[in-house]
Design a protein around this ligand. Structure first.
Ligand code: NI
Ligand code: MN
Length: 222
């Protein structure tokens, strides 16, 4: 599996059986690399409806005839815009051609009336990836490893202001205990400027998880 970071919280996964965008905020994302919107796309995972996550979802879904996998209220909204969407909800999981998708809690607004924000646990190619989305630190993150782990890669926000900061994210890393951590949702805009190198040093000083700092456009092969 290959994980390509597209800046902010936008990620592209290439699994053996599918190409997947997660939260494809590309247009207007100051960190999005050239060609970020031109990658293959079979599915789109959308954690919530804030503009810095929704981004190019509708345009990509229509261009590629790709299904959007998200929470139910957002799926209904997208269906109303002519997009194929699969509405799931927190705690549920479902098999797709690429593997299994599980929706987990994210302590954050959804950006849509009555909705909830979500995080994702993706199981594909014998690996497990936890994409936290936008979230505060919350103690039920302990369940992610306990119930659905072990986690190979955790993508965690560290930018504060709208999500947990690097200090809280380090607590999350201790609970999730992933092999690798990829920090997201930082340095895109001044309010979320963060010292990611310091986060990497702090986490790695525990001798457990390894932090992979991905420059936008670069990839991590798992
Ligand atoms: Ni948000
Ligand atoms: Mn956000």
């Amino acid at each position: 599996m290959q994980i390509r970071f597209l800046g902010h919280a936008a990620v592209h996964l290439t699994t053996a059986k599918a190409a997947i965008y997660i939260d494809p905020f590309l247009t207007g994302n100051p960190l999005a690399p050239a060609g970020a919107a031109d990658l293959p796309c079979d599915f789109i995972l959308l954690s919530h409806y804030h503009s810095d996550h929704l981004g190019d979802t509708v345009a990509l879904a229509k261009r590629h005839k790709a299904a959007v996998l998200t929470t139910n209220e957002i799926a209904v909204e997208l269906a109303g815009q002519g997009v194929e969407a699969v509405g799931m909800h927190i705690g549920g999981h479902k098999e797709f051609p690429f593997g299994q998708l599980k929706l987990v809690l994210a302590q954050h607004g959804s950006g849509i009336s009555g909705g909830l924000a979500a995080g994702f646990v993706v199981s594909a190619d014998g690996k497990k990836i936890y994409f936290a989305g936008d979230t505060a630190l919350y103690s039920d993150m302990k369940l992610i490893r306990q119930l659905w782990g072990p986690i190979d890669v955790a993508l965690l926000p560290i930018g504060s202001h709208f999500t947990m900061d690097a200090k809280d994210a380090q607590v999350a890393v201790g609970w999730i205990d992933p092999t690798y951590v990829i920090p997201i949702h930082y340095d895109t805009f001044p309010p979320i400027a963060t010292d990611a190198a310091s986060f990497k040093r702090s986490v790695e000083s525990t001798g457990r998880s390894q932090v992979v700092l991905l420059a936008p456009g670069s990839t991590f092969d798992l």
